[in-house]
Ligand binder design. Structure first.
Ligand SMILES: [Zn+2]
Ligand SMILES: [Zn+2]
Length: 600
């Protein structure tokens, strides 16, 4: 059921612990240098830890960490209180007269438009210090009451990196020291394990090892190239979603890669989204754009298909179209942020009364698909209209749509969090956020109600009353984009995909060259049964061939020699290393087909 508020990290004990650890670290680092030589900038808590920015007489390295940690442990164990003191701007300037960054922050606070981290503020703040063990920082808290509340065994300095003052490369470069802090030593250990595991699972590294995709300087950043294996996976993923969508009553359309710029003017994308679009292309005095989104094209198609009656609705269009978005070079990361992305995008045209039914259908489909990909842990963020004026002024429509979404979620017993003021200006939406095996959250699916685009593009249907009405459009994506989802899948499964998704499901390993003929015969029969197989005809020894298939995370390895050839059998090994022994070919096919069906 709905929880009304997200749990606030900013008021949790862990947040206070991390913030306090940042101060303690700043004290320890400052003490390494002559008084006044270390300049301190900002030091906030962040997700999983904290950092502090310094300007120092020399470069710190991880070799400095043990000494800094040792001093931090001492300060923690001495049990110093954190004392707050509200001060005037004048007092603050006097305290930090030798600290240029703090002085600049005090000025921001004095002007009343920035907090002590230089972040914009809505109302004029009070200026306050927090002091422990003689170390005073410009800070509004919150902190733990005493340094002894920080667990020294759950604390670790992680890295040091360059960071520009106020994030601006024209400014002084500072040294940012990152640390992590937890309440229990166990939590720290688990966190370090998750980091290690995430590194091992990094899809950019695994993608190369498994031979799925490459990036090339000759093609350009953010434009991946997929190998035969990678494209096989894309095909399986898209085919699966397409088949599921068809089963749920969606119809697939095709609307190409380019459209006139004029279309995006009408739809409002050019006004709101131009930064993410590729520059215009001129041809015969007409300006075109690479398609950044499908919506305007699907709506245009709806219009071109002629007059629509309410009897035809809902009409559900799906498309696997590659869209082009001009992501900043610095923000491109492997497959999870690319410039050419293939969305499993659908648009449902319906009457306002059909919103609940269509939202329920989309929700059901999404849950089925995520389950197939072993994503069983997810939550729904329901984004609703807020109080400010940015929302389309149609209160009855909003109320009805928000009620429909809530009702659908409640009836389907889906947990959700309501976020007021988070909706797009054109309608409420639900985002499905899935947690992977490392507990990381990925926003994958989204269902979005739209009152505006259909009106802007002049869509209509003839209602029961014989009058013209504007349909509601529901935008919906299940896995988001094929590219990003593949990246997430590689990390979620550490490359060991379920049988149905593995680009190669079985490798047949002939023991000697004279067994190749039988191996090929087995391959033919498996292919005829719909399985994806390879025969390893290399001159490697059997052990090396098996190791290679294991490294490629192929689900089944089928070893064939004289005995197997005589009895129409295979010796089955799994990628886990388990040796299942001889099994008749017919039994193996039945087993593999069952594993595919069960989704294991
Ligand atoms: Zn602070
Ligand atoms: Zn859309």
């Amino acid at each position: 059921m709905a929880e009304k508020k997200k749990e606030k990290y900013e008021v949790s004990q862990l947040y206070k612990v991390r913030h306090s650890a940042a101060h303690v670290m700043a004290q320890a680092v400052t003490e390494m240098f002559e008084p006044g030589d270390a300049k301190v900038a900002i030091g906030p808590p962040i997700e999983d830890g904290f950092y502090y920015d310094f300007e120092l007489p020399r470069q710190l390295t991880p070799d400095d960490f043990p000494a800094i940690e040792k001093r931090m442990h001492e300060i923690i164990k001495e049990g110093h209180d954190f004392k707050k003191q509200v001060v005037s701007a004048k007092e603050a300037k006097a305290e930090f007269k030798d600290q240029p960054y703090k002085l600049e922050l005090v000025e921001g606070l004095e002007e009343g438009d920035e907090d002590e981290n230089g972040e914009p503020l809505a109302e004029k703040p009070e200026i306050s210090f927090y002091t422990h063990d003689g170390f005073t920082d410009l800070c509004r808290g919150p902190h733990v009451a005493n340094t002894s509340e920080i667990n020294p065994d759950a604390l670790k300095l992680m890295s040091v990196a360059g960071a520009y003052w106020r994030g601006d490369e024209k400014n002084q470069q500072l040294q940012r020291v990152y640390g992590t802090a937890w309440e229990k030593a166990d939590d720290l250990e688990q966190y370090l394990w998750r980091l290690e595991e995430a590194k091992k699972r990094d899809h950019r590294k695994l993608g190369k090892e498994l031979g799925l995709f490459y990036f090339s300087d000759d093609i350009g950043p953010g434009l991946p190239l997929f190998t035969p294996k990678g494209e096989m996976m894309r095909h399986i993923m898209e085919e699966y979603v397409r088949e599921t969508q068809t089963r749920y009553g969606y119809q697939h359309v095709w609307t190409g890669h380019l459209a006139k710029e004029e279309l995006y003017k009408k739809s409002g994308h050019l006004a709101n989204y131009e930064d993410s679009m590729y520059p215009p292309m001129e041809d015969d005095n007409v300006t075109y754009r690479l398609k950044p989104m499908n919506c305007p094209s699907h709506m245009t198609l709806y219009k071109e298909m002629g007059l629509h009656s309410y009897r035809e609705l809902p009409l559900r269009f799906g498309e696997f179209a590659t869209l082009y978005r001009h992501e900043k070079t610095g923000e491109l990361t492997g497959l999870t942020r690319v410039r050419a992305l293939t969305q499993d995008d659908c648009h449902t045209f319906c009457t306002p009364e059909q919103i609940e039914q269509e939202f329920t259908l989309a929700l059901k489909l999404i849950r089925e698909v995520l389950g197939r990909y072993h994503f069983d842990d997810y939550r729904v963020d329901l984004s609703l209209r807020g109080d400010d004026g940015k929302y389309v002024d149609a209160p009855e429509k909003w109320q009805a749509a928000e009620a429909a979404l809530r009702s659908a979620l409640d009836k389907n017993k889906v947990d959700y969090v309501e976020a007021y003021g988070e909706a797009a200006f054109y309608g409420p939406k639900a985002d499905i956020i899935a947690r992977d095996v490392l507990g990381r959250e990925w926003q994958l699916s989204t269902i979005q109600i739209d009152f505006i685009q259909p009106e802007r593009l002049g869509l209509t249907y003839i209602g029961e009353d014989n009058a013209e009405h504007t349909p509601v459009v529901i935008h919906r994506a299940v896995t988001g984009s094929t590219e990003r989802f593949m990246g997430v899948m590689i990390e979620h499964f550490a490359g060991a995909f379920p049988v149905w998704l593995a680009p190669v499901q079985a490798v047949i390993v002939p023991i000697a060259d004279r067994h190749i003929e039988y191996a090929e015969k087995v391959a033919t029969q498996l292919k005829a049964a719909g399985l994806r197989v390879e025969v390893d005809t290399s001159s490697e020894r059997m052990g090396a061939k098996i190791r290679d298939a294991q490294n490629q995370k192929v689900p089944y390895m089928l070893v064939v020699g004289d005995k197997e050839a005589e009895s129409e059998a295979v010796a089955l090994r799994l990628r886990s290393g388990k040796d299942e022994g001889a099994i008749s070919l017919a039994d193996f096919i039945a087993r593999a087909q069952k594993d595919v069906k069960d989704g294991v």
